[in-house]
Design a protein around this ligand. Structure first.
Ligand code: G6P
Length: 590
């Protein structure tokens, strides 16, 4: 949610900042801007509505060795040139990721003091405050300013005539990169991929000063402080599209490798996980969006393998319901980015009420990890497409292994081995799946409904979310049994119902749902790994046949089908599946 990046060094800062912003575009893409300190000490600024490429024509003319930039996902003030960052006042330039909750009162005070505002954003107050608080030391002015702010921020600040970037962080992520004669800062690692060998992750309350020669980190009282320098393993090669037209397709193809890597990385944490599980009487899964949908599957694994009470809840809802946390409650925080504000706040609350916390995340050193008793890695690698694909598979695999561990099963168990053996099945599914006809049906429809029972229902929810996200076709996912209790009223010849059927025991019930839709004139597609179902329905519905697998692992196979369907439909409709309108990948505001 908003990406910021800064550069200080011998190279061309504008080129570096532009490249960094392109790599952070998944965090927001409604407007973008850069500020570069010219050799004379003056600052040149460009800010425009649109995706990062709108800055391209200006890069060559923006000469300077130090600079910073911002790619925006609007929270306060519509996307526009004026509302784009950097914001500035009196020679101070600011880029900000986060939300300033008390901006309205600060703005009023500043206006009373004679400051003039030009944008509608919350962030502009920061530039004015630093301007007024400046007494000869930028870092001190920044500290005085952030003490006046309520909310979240990752901030970068430059001042005319000063060859440095000052940064501050609270509840929005910020990392620093140590290069050779050049240094970097950014919201997230992709901006630094291949640029530097080591990175440090700032903690809440930290400040830093970045020049070409050095990075100095300070605590909240401006005392120098050390933060661990960790290896920067992300290379620019890992961010390549490798011939794929979109990241969504590339990342979908990386599902089998993700499952394999998640399986391997789990080996290192099994014992510690058992310790955390001791005394557990109840398990709650928290997450947002796709991560919440993975939690729904985690809940089913814990209930089935360990017969322990389990719940899954949307993190944003959990936080405000005065939750009941009883002794022996373990909370799973499922989050690809580890940055989602709703999930982090829900976890902080659960922890304060006595729950143990297990973070299941794709970013090991992310904000969520600091609140967790243990981190279970999802080894998906960088996921650039806003719509989650491979990380969902990694989350499901990680939760499957957690549930088996809780149930006392280890790597020698048949259930473990079944996951390991699934990777070739996933490879084949990707190779052979053909959803083109169904994608055309969806692209021409007025609404697409995803139905299923048990695990199929959980995947139906994700299939519906994915299709909405990337194709903008309305619809919903719901339990096949609920069809007759209301949603059937929406069915007509312009709707498509996608019915997932993978569980032999429930198949006949789901087939009834298919018949109910057909008899109301609705179009039906069936995604199944049961040959008998495929045979019975092949003349009545569009049938997508998948390889057989046990019902516990079926979500990994059916997820590929619904994700592929969403991707193909988006492409048919000419949408950009990697950057759907109005969305951002990391939602760091509540
Ligand atoms: C955003 C993204 C979704 C993602 C959700 C949770 O809404 O667009 O794709 O599922 O955030 O993100 P997380 O990083 O916590 O998994």
């Amino acid at each position: 949610m908003c990406g910021i990046t800064g550069y200080a060094g011998g190279g061309n800062a504008a080129e570096q900042v532009f490249e960094g912003l392109k790599r952070l575009e998944y965090r927001g893409y409604d407007s973008a801007g850069m500020a570069i300190i010219k050799p004379s000490g003056e600052v040149s600024v460009v800010k425009k509505q649109g995706k990062v490429d709108v800055l391209k024509p200006y890069v060559a003319d923006m000469r300077g060795a130090i600079g910073m930039g911002h790619t925006r996902w609007a929270t306060h003030g519509k996307p526009s040139d004026i509302n784009a960052h950097p914001h500035f006042a009196g020679g101070i330039y600011v880029v900000h990721n986060g939300i300033i909750e008390n901006y309205a009162e600060l703005r009023q005070q500043l206006q009373s003091a004679g400051e003039t505002f030009i944008s509608e954003t919350d962030s502009e107050v920061i530039a004015h405050l630093i301007k007024l608080n400046y007494g000869g030391n930028l870092l001190v002015a920044l500290r005085t300013t952030v003490k006046m702010l309520k909310g979240s921020y990752a901030l970068m600040v430059i001042r005319e005539g000063e060859p440095q970037i000052a940064v501050a962080k609270r509840r929005s992520s910020l990392i620093l990169g140590y290069g050779d004669g050049e240094n970097f800062c950014a919201s997230d690692r992709p901006a630094l991929a291949g640029k530097c060998k080591r990175v440090s992750i700032l903690e809440d309350g930290d400040f830093a000063l970045i020049t070409a020669q050095k990075i100095e980190i300070f605590d909240e009282n401006l005392n120098p402080v050390n933060r661990p320098k960790i290896e920067n393993t992300l290379t620019s090669e890992k961010l390549d599209l490798h011939g794929c037209p979109h990241y969504m397709l590339k990342e979908l193809r990386e599902v089998p490798q993700t499952v394999k890597n998640t399986y391997s990385s789990f080996a290192g944490i099994g014992e510690k996980l058992k310790e955390v599980f001791k005394g557990t009487k109840r398990v709650i899964f928290l997450g947002c969006g796709t991560a919440y949908h993975a939690g729904l599957i985690g809940k089913k694994y814990f209930e089935a393998f360990a017969r322990v009470p389990a719940e899954a809840e949307n993190a944003g809802e959990f936080r405000y319901k005065n939750p009941v946390i009883t002794k022996g409650t373990v909370v799973f925080a499922v989050t690809q980015s580890g940055e989602t504000a709703d999930t982090i706040e829900a976890v902080i609350l659960a922890k304060s009420l006595g729950a143990k916390v297990i973070a299941v995340t794709n970013v090991i050193h992310s904000a969520i990890s600091r609140h967790a008793d243990i981190v279970v890695p999802v080894s998906a690698g960088a996921e650039i497409c806003v719509a989650a694909t491979k990380s969902y598979a990694g989350q499901i695999a990680a939760l499957y292994l957690c549930a088996l561990t809780f149930a006392g099963k280890d790597a020698s168990s048949k259930e473990y081995k079944q996951l390991d053996a699934l990777c070739p099945v996933l490879e084949n599914t990707l190779k052979e799946i053909n959803v083109y006809t169904l994608a055309h049906m969806c692209a021409c429809s007025n609404g697409v409904y995803f139905l299923g029972r048990g695990f199929d229902y959980a995947v139906a929810l994700e299939g519906s979310l994915k299709l909405k996200e990337v194709s903008y076709i309305a619809g919903e996912g719901y339990p096949a049994g609920e069809l007759k209790h209301g949603t059937l009223a929406l069915i007509d010849g312009n709707t498509v119902s996608v019915v997932l059927i993978t569980d032999e025991e429930l198949a006949s019930k789901s087939v009834s749902a298919v018949e109910q839709v057909l008899s109301r004139g609705g179009k039906v597609a069936v995604i199944t790994c049961l040959p008998a179902v495929a045979k019975a329905l092949k003349n009545k519905a569009e049938v997508i046949s998948l390889p057989g697998c046990n019902k516990f692992l079926s979500p990994l196979v059916t997820a590929i089908a619904v994700q592929e369907l969403a991707y193909r439909t988006a492409v048919i409709l000419g949408r950009d599946p990697d950057k759907p309108r109005n969305l951002a990948k990391s939602v760091t505001v509540e």
